[in-house]
Write a protein that binds this ligand. Structure first.
Ligand code: DSN
Length: 428
């Protein structure tokens, strides 16, 4: 500490006592109000617990802890070791595996670390194409995956819009990739990890399962697990898993060394220890029986909303859903995904436009929308509310040029959100 801050005329430690940043605080307050007053149907979003948020706002953010427990590059890491060990152990217990790495800052970082651990530039990857539900970090030409590796893709059957495993097998036999990626960001059906592993074994490839979207459903025992099938499982902690924003890698202890090195120093520097602590909190929450109940309800709600909208005449991609999300093809409604997203946003229903299988429109316009139920389920909504949301979505889209009717839906949205308040005692 500089001598001048110790002056007797200055009792405050300037590093600790600051004035409140009203400008920032007000923006956060507005965002809190937005989250409270709208209906969030973005399939990858959720309301994390106040305990998770409190933990993220802790002094752990101050500490550099490059390296791993008991093997750090800085002094003073004893409590960092404790917290990271706790997070790692809880992740292993929750998912039933022998290795976890809780340092990836995000899902993309987790995926990139696996590439660095396994591949050389120019190696072949086989992954689900983006249009059919894949993710940009699985081979988009502008992402590091698409720039450094040769990407081959599989997709869904044009008739059923479900993954055709025989087709994946044929492509894999032809391509002979070093890595096969399974996992998606907009696919509403169960993924058969066992079948993927059989295909990987047949062609001598590694299998990576990106469970970012369904991590919570797997933890909640509502989707078959990738553990025991995929060599490497990557994911995020903030979607269905309902933790802090961040990434995660799960695997077998035999891969510990290569993965640890690929995360640090391979692709990252100092870990975000405050976020790692919050991941530990979320893993504990996800071990509770109530989380299994929560996962079940996410899917029940998704199926209820999906069937309501189907009955309203909307075409559902693949005809239904087994998980937390589904896609609507708006082509028969004479509307683009962009138009639908905007109309729904204007009444306070928040979701995203999304490409659908064989989409002829570009990703900024799209023919579809993606709808997910993790956030509304956290709020405590059930089937009845799903029917009300379905009715509001249908009414909005069918009356999108009628400002009076849109205003009416806006009031219904606010009323429903108020009936299921979030963060009621929140102090930020
Ligand atoms: N942005 C996430 C999603 O919404 O699916 C994926 O990274």
């Amino acid at each position: 500490m500089e001598a001048k801050t110790k002056s007797k005329h200055n009792h405050h430690n300037h590093t600790l006592v600051t004035d409140i940043d009203i400008e920032v605080k007000n923006i956060i307050q507005k965002e809190l109000e937005r989250q409270r007053s709208q209906i969030i149907l973005i399939a990858s979003e959720n309301f994390t617990s106040q305990e998770v948020i409190r933990t993220m706002g802790s002094v752990l953010t101050n500490k550099y802890a490059e390296g791993y427990p008991k093997n750090r590059y800085y002094a003073g890491c004893e409590y960092m070791d404790e917290i990271e060990e706790l997070a790692r152990e809880r992740a292993k217990k929750l998912f039933g595996c022998t290795y976890s790495n809780v340092q990836p800052h995000s899902g993309v970082q987790a995926n990139t670390a696996i590439f660095v651990a396994l591949l050389k530039p120019g190696d072949k990857i086989l992954s689900m194409n983006l249009r059919d539900g894949g993710h940009l970090s699985h081979g988009h030409f502008q992402n590091i995956s698409g720039k450094y590796f040769q990407i081959y893709t599989y997709g869904v059957d044009p008739r059923t819009e479900v993954i055709d495993y025989e087709d994946v097998r044929k492509i894999a036999m032809k391509v002979k990739p070093r890595l096969i990626i399974t996992g998606a960001s907009s696919y509403s059906r169960i993924i058969d990890f066992k079948k993927f592993r059989e295909i990987a074994d047949e062609v001598g490839a590694y299998l990576m399962a990106d469970i970012a979207h369904i991590a919570g459903l797997i933890a909640g025992k509502c989707h078959p697990t990738s553990i025991g099938h995929a060599h490497f499982t990557t994911g995020t902690t903030h979607k269905t898993l309902r933790g802090p924003r961040g990434g995660l890698i799960l695997s077998d202890s035999e891969y510990q060394e290569i993965i640890d090195r690929a995360v640090f120093p391979g692709t990252q520097g100092g870990p975000l220890m405050h976020v790692i602590a919050a991941k530990a909190v979320a893993f504990r929450e996800a071990m509770k029986d109530s989380f299994i109940e929560y996962s079940k309800r996410i899917i029940e709600n998704s199926q209820a909303l999906c069937s309501y909208l189907k009955d309203e005449g909307f075409r559902i991609v693949s005809g239904g859903t087994d998980n937390h999300l589904f896609l609507i093809d708006l082509t028969n409604m004479n509307m683009t995904g962009k138009e639908a997203e905007e109309a729904l946003s204007s009444v306070g229903i928040i979701l995203n436009k999304n490409v659908i299988p064989f989409d002829k429109l570009n990703p900024n316009i799209t023919s579809g929308i993606r709808i997910g139920t993790p956030a509304v389920t956290t709020q405590g909504m059930g089937k009845e509310e799903m029917y009300e949301i379905g009715s509001m979505i249908s009414y909005t889209l069918k009356n999108r040029d009628n400002p009076t009717k849109l205003k009416e839906v806006g009031n219904r949205v606010r009323k429903l959100a108020e009936d299921f308040p979030v963060y009621t005692n929140f102090v930020n």
